[in-house]
Design a protein around this ligand. Structure first.
Ligand code: HEM
Length: 431
């Protein structure tokens, strides 16, 4: 508080904002319990932060005013009544590197840069989750001190985290695999490798994106795993947009390649679910008391990914699943294209035939199967964590009268050669 008051009474340069002091105050008690005086002061500061100036802290870095506004938006979400899944995960601060929100990808554009950025962010998030476990295990941090897990659980986390990170690591640094025979050493090595070339801005944004609602140890893991999945979904949306563009331009091989890459990403991220399954259910129940209002049903990246596969039918579009992501819903109502529609159009126009067509169909089926697998695993994990309790706060608040369970699996991309199957439950929000 003292640091903030003193910054406020000086030049108030956004580049010198006392982030560390504010972060420490938030993490000491959890976002839900921060003192009103500090929140009011930060709110007052936010009202004076100028619009982004275009000035970069470092070449290619983040504009200081923009960073401060984004941080304050995230920090003050509960205070201002804007708290939701995206602000809980501080997604704006993470700056998901993929072009999921941008214009439709040029089919001839090289996706290598976006893929590399995505891999780097994914690795930072997973490695940071493990670094927190290492620090807590060594007694080197007071952060989130409640309900520390036992050594066996922590060792499992090291193993699963390293496994989840391995494919991205080998793409970024071929030949630099982490030997995971000694889990703690492997986790530490992964952290060293991923932080070696971190720019100052990236390091700071990573730190600022950890604003748990309470002080339970496992919330750190929960936040980082969800953020890592957001990174994956944003990347998948990018690949699917590239697939649509490639199909529309008659580039069958590019389309198949992008679908295959998307499938590999989703499958490779599988160990993240196993990692999160090590979360102690009682810890989850403790901190979720304070997450009401934030639910993954509000994940824009996931819905973008899903809707880029195939345009949802009217009932799903009108369900809470899509009404929770109005920006995505608006795009769909405005005619956002999908892989399914682009495939059909290409076949009708004779742009896709023979072996090319067979390959694209095969990749569509395989991507669809990977999404189905994701949903099944999600369902299992959610059931394990929730038990017989009602669903997450968001849905619970909206539909108190109905039992709420985790999402059930359903088909996503229907088989391109067979007539549409009647939709089963395709969503994460039971209607
Ligand atoms: C503790 C573990 C988890 C539990 C208990 C859980 C529970 C749930 C529940 C109950 C829903 C239904 C919507 C609602 O009631 O708000 C849901 C939806 C969803 N969850 Fe999870 N989940 C967990 C982990 C994850 C993870 C790691 C991800 C990865 C990003 C994820 C992504 C999603 C998505 C995208 C939806 C929305 C699906 C749709 O609207 O079709 N969940 N989850």
């Amino acid at each position: 508080m003292r640091e903030v008051t003193s910054w406020r009474s000086g030049v108030s340069d956004p580049a010198d904002f006392p982030y560390s002091a504010v972060l420490a105050e938030f993490q000491l008690v959890g976002k839900h319990f921060v003192k009103k005086e500090l929140l009011a002061l930060l709110d007052e500061i936010r009202s004076h932060v100028a619009a982004p100036s275009g000035r970069a802290a470092t070449p290619g870095g983040t504009d200081p005013a923009r960073l401060l506004r984004d941080f304050l938006d995230v920090a003050l979400d509960k205070w201002n009544g804007h708290y939701d899944y995206r602000s809980y995960l501080a997604l704006r601060l993470l700056r998901l590197p993929c072009a999921a929100d941008g214009p439709v990808t040029d089919p001839t554009a090289d996706p290598a840069g976006a893929r590399r950025d995505s891999d780097r962010l994914f690795l930072r998030l997973v490695a940071d989750a493990l670094a927190f476990e290492l620090a807590a295990g060594a007694g080197a941090t007071d952060l989130l001190p409640e309900q520390r897990p036992g050594p066996e659980t922590v060792a499992k986390r090291y193993r699963l985290g390293v496994r989840a990170a391995a494919p991205a690591l080998s793409r970024l640094a071929p030949g630099r695999a982490v030997d995971d025979r000694e889990p703690a050493v492997a986790a530490a090595t992964l952290h060293t490798l991923t932080t070696a070339d971190l720019a100052g801005d990236e390091e700071r944004e990573l730190r600022l994106s950890m604003l748990p609602v309470y002080v339970t140890h496992d919330e750190y893991l929960f936040i980082r795993v969800l953020q890592a999945y957001e990174c994956v979904f944003a990347g998948l949306a990018d690949e699917l947009r590239g697939t649509v563009a490639a199909l529309s331009a008659g580039h069958a091989s590019t389309a198949a390649g992008r679908l295959a890459y998307a499938r590999e990403q989703l499958t490779a991220a599988g160990p993240l679910f196993s990692l999160l399954a090590t979360m102690q259910p009682e810890s989850f129940r403790t901190f979720r008391e304070y997450t009401e209002g934030a639910s993954a049903i509000q994940s824009r990246s996931y819905k973008l990914m899903e809707s880029l596969c195939r345009t949802p039918d009217g009932a799903r579009l009108d369900s809470a699943a899509y009404r929770s992501v109005p920006e995505v819903r608006d795009r769909l109502l405005a005619g956002q294209p999908s892989v399914d529609a682009a495939y059909r159009a290409a076949v009708r126009a004779d742009r896709l035939a023979g072996a090319d067509r067979a390959r694209v169909e095969q990749e569509m089926r395989e991507f669809s199967a990977a999404v189905l697998q994701w949903r099944r695993t999600h369902h299992r994990l959610a059931t394990r964590m929730l038990g017989s309790r009602p669903g997450t706060g968001y849905t619970q608040r909206r539909r108190r009268d109905r039992p709420v369970g985790p999402p059930l699996p359903g088909p996503l991309l229907r088989h391109p050669l067979t007539p549409a199957a009647p939709p089963t439950n395709t969503g994460g929000c039971p209607e």
